[in-house]
Every structure is written in structure tokens, then in C-alpha cells.
Write a new protein. Structure first.
Length: 137
């Protein structure tokens, strides 16, 4: 993937993929420093399951100029928003939330929110989703 997309992946992201290559997290809720919560639906594999992989998703997003060049999706939310890692030299491996809900012509960079300094910090910050009184998440 690094060669195909001409980018450098952080060691922590590489290690995560070598160990897990996608999947569904037991702990799925991330809360940022301002109290906003985000729910990880699944981690996107490098090699595709059900025809979905990081490379395929990234290719589609880049063809439409729908995502900043420096972001690589690694997980998604049920609504289609993405959790991404940075490949910029200044913050390689930092985790961002990418909200895909914007109008044609808007700058995708305006829809990116910083979440964590690394995939390790991000994953270690995930907590189990709490159930409401009826036992539903």
C-alpha cells in the first residue's frame, strides 16, 4: 500500500495491520477532549473482506477528490464517516475523524477533526458502548 499510494505509514499503524488486519472492536466508543463521542463500526482491512479494503476505499475517495491526500481511512462509523491516520511528515500516524457529509465544492479539509496522536492512543482510549435502560446500545 505504501508503494501504490506513495506514502509512508507509521510503525504503529503498520504493527496494528500486521496484527489485526481489520475487524470489529469490542470497545468501540471514543470520546475526544471536548466530550464529543465517536463510534467505531469496524476496522477496514488492508486485504479486502466483502470487497472492501483500505486501498479500494482510498482509490474511490481520491478519484472524487473527496478526502485530503494526507488522510488514509482505517475504520468507519455506521453512517459512513471515517477514522483516518495521517501520512503527513509533521504528524504521521495521528488519528483524525473525517465527516463525509458536505456539499460539492466544499473543501474536505474543513470536515476533518483531530482525535489522537497515534493509533495506539486511539485504540487504548476506546471504551465499551453503554446500554440504555432497555438494554439497547
Amino acid at each position: 500500500m505504501e508503494q501504490k499510494f506513495h506514502m509512508k505509514i507509521s510503525a504503529a499503524v503498520r504493527e496494528h495491520y500486521l496484527t489485526y488486519n481489520g475487524g470489529y472492536p469490542k470497545n468501540s466508543v471514543f470520546t475526544d477532549k471536548t466530550g464529543n463521542t465517536y463510534n467505531v463500526g469496524w476496522f477496514i482491512p488492508i486485504s479486502g473482506r466483502k470487497g472492501r479494503s483500505v486501498g479500494k476505499i482510498l482509490t474511490l475517495l481520491r478519484e472524487d477528490d473527496a478526502i485530503p491526500e494526507w488522510l488514509i481511512p482505517f475504520a468507519d462509523e455506521a453512517g459512513g464517516n471515517l477514522f483516518c491516520f495521517s501520512v503527513r511528515e509533521a504528524d504521521c500516524g495521528a488519528i483524525y475523524y473525517y465527516n463525509h457529509e458536505f456539499e460539492y465544492g466544499e473543501n474536505p479539509e474543513d470536515h476533518v477533526t483531530y482525535l489522537a496522536e497515534s493509533i495506539t492512543t486511539f485504540i487504548n482510549s476506546l471504551v465499551e458502548e453503554e446500554n440504555d435502560e432497555d438494554g439497547e446500545a
